[in-house]
Structures are given as structure tokens and as C-alpha cells.
Design a protein around this ligand. Structure first.
Ligand code: ADP
Ligand code: MG
Length: 224
């Protein structure tokens, strides 16, 4: 599903270069649930951005679902995301001026609006949100906002979910609900890469990959 070969990502800043991901080689199978652990600044978000085609590698190759993501044009990458990837972010990134249904439809490809609309309603009902489709995010509880974000992540029936510290700002109950959601997606065959420094979250994964200063920490090293 995912193959990274000698991947680096360098940000050029006025203070010099930051090697956010440093020569990472890694394979993740279809259907795997992997947790990406590491301190703040270790490169987790950058790695997820590379996997989702939101950032381009400075070196190396990023292959996801048969696409050489670093070689795609920006419109091809947008299409690649629509067809393959769902994102779950910390704080959910809902748009305050859109209602619940339209927040879910943000993820919809323009060509498939009508079909997406029906599926968005179905997903929201599945999350018990059918009475809330016309509400705006500020009229919702945290748990409800989270369910909107989950529906949005599933809208395009992704094979891969990328979750960036999704439990970072949640109380225990909502964190559990989010992890249950990821678990359900995984049980149905989906692939998940979950960036987190929450041990409880990482425990849900089948495999833990650790990053330190943009480099993979070898499994042997991480056991000590
Ligand atoms: P994590 O998600 O593990 O906290 P990040 O991937 O966000 O790590 O960041 C890795 C490193 O890259 C950090 O040193 C961070 O400051 C730097 N970084 C991230 N994004 C940018 C950017 N857009 N420009 C410059 N430096 C960045
Ligand atoms: Mg991060």
C-alpha cells in the first residue's frame, strides 16, 4: 500500500534548512494499522503530508496505492487524495461558516457532488447526526464535531486514513470514540497511519513506528 524509499523532506527557512524527514525507508501493507510515534518536531506531520500528497519529497520516492506521489502534478495529487485518502486532524478543522452537511461535502470531488450529498447524509445518520445536518460547528458539542470530521474523512470511501494527533485535544470519552472509529475502519480492511504521542492511541495499532529528528528509530533501538 505504502512504500517510502530514501525519503527526505527539507524545509528551507531563513534560519537554514530543516530536515523534517531524513532518509526514511518504510513499507506499510494494505490493511495495516500503524502508529507513528515521536516527540513534537520529530517529523510525524510532515511524513503524513508526504503520504497524503499534501507535500512533495525533497528526495526519494513516495508510493501510495500504486501512485508515485512525488511525480504527480498538483491536479493529479488532488485526484489521488480524493480517490485514496481520508484525513483526520486534531481540532477537526471544520469550517465555521458552513453547516454540518457542507462541512462533510468539502471533501467531495466536484464531479460527484450529488452522489456525495446522499452518501454524506447516510454517513451523518450512521453517526447519529441526522438532526444536526443544518447546524454550524459552533452549535455542536466536541463529540458531535468529531463525528462530522469522521464522516468527512469517510466521504470518498478512502483506502487509507491519515490521522494527525486526532486525540490530542479530546477528553477520555471522545478520545475512545475516535479510536473506536479508527478500529472499525481497520476491521473493515482499511489502512491507517496514526501520528500520535498518546500511548493509549498507539496501543490500538498493530505496529508502532518511531521517528526521532526525522529518522526512523530501528525496532531494536525502540525496545531498550
Ligand atoms: P511533528 O508532527 O512530529 O511535531 P513536524 O513534521 O510538524 O513534526 O515538524 C518536523 C520539523 O520540521 C520541525 O522541526 C518543524 O519545526 C519543521 N517544520 C514543519 N513544517 C515546516 C515548515 N512548513 N517550514 C519550516 N519548517 C517546518
Ligand atoms: Mg505534528
Amino acid at each position: 500500500m505504502i512504500e517510502l524509499a530514501d525519503v527526505s523532506k527539507v524545509y528551507r527557512t531563513t534560519h537554514g534548512d530543516v530536515r523534517a524527514v531524513d532518509d526514511v525507508t518504510l513499507a506499510i501493507n494494505a490493511g495495516e494499522f500503524v502508529a507513528l510515534k515521536g516527540h513534537s518536531g520529530s517529523g510525524k506531520s510532515t511524513l503524513l503530508a508526504l503520504l497524503g500528497g499534501l507535500a512533495l519529497p525533497s528526495a526519494g520516492s513516495v508510493a501510495v496505492a500504486g501512485h508515485d506521489v512525488g511525480k504527480l502534478s498538483s491536479s493529479e495529487r488532488a485526484r489521488f487524495r480524493e480517490e485514496n485518502v481520508g484525513f483526520v486532524f486534531q481540532m477537526f478543522h471544520l469550517l465555521p461558516y458552513l453547516n454540518v452537511l457542507d462541512n462533510v461535502l468539502v471533501a467531495a470531488p466536484a464531479a460527484a457532488r450529488a452522489a456525495s450529498r446522499e452518501y454524506a447524509k447516510q454517513l451523518l445518520s450512521g453517526f447519529g447526526m441526522e438532526e444536526r445536518v443544518s447546524h454550524r460547528p459552533n452549535q455542536l458539542s466536541v463529540g458531535e464535531r468529531q463525528r462530522v470530521a469522521m464522516a468527512r474523512a469517510l466521504l470518498n470511501r478512502p483506502k487509507l486514513l491519515l490521522a494527525d494527533e486526532p486525540t490530542g485535544n479530546l477528553d477520555e470519552k471522545n478520545a475512545e470514540a475516535l479510536l473506536d472509529f479508527l478500529g472499525g475502519f481497520h476491521r473493515e480492511g482499511g489502512t491507517i497511519v496514526l501520528a500520535t504521542h498518546d500511548d493509549r492511541a498507539a496501543e490500538r495499532a498493530e505496529r508502532i513506528i518511531e521517528l526521532s529528528s526525522g529518522k526512523l528509530v530501528s525496532p531494536a533501538g525502540s525496545l531498550s
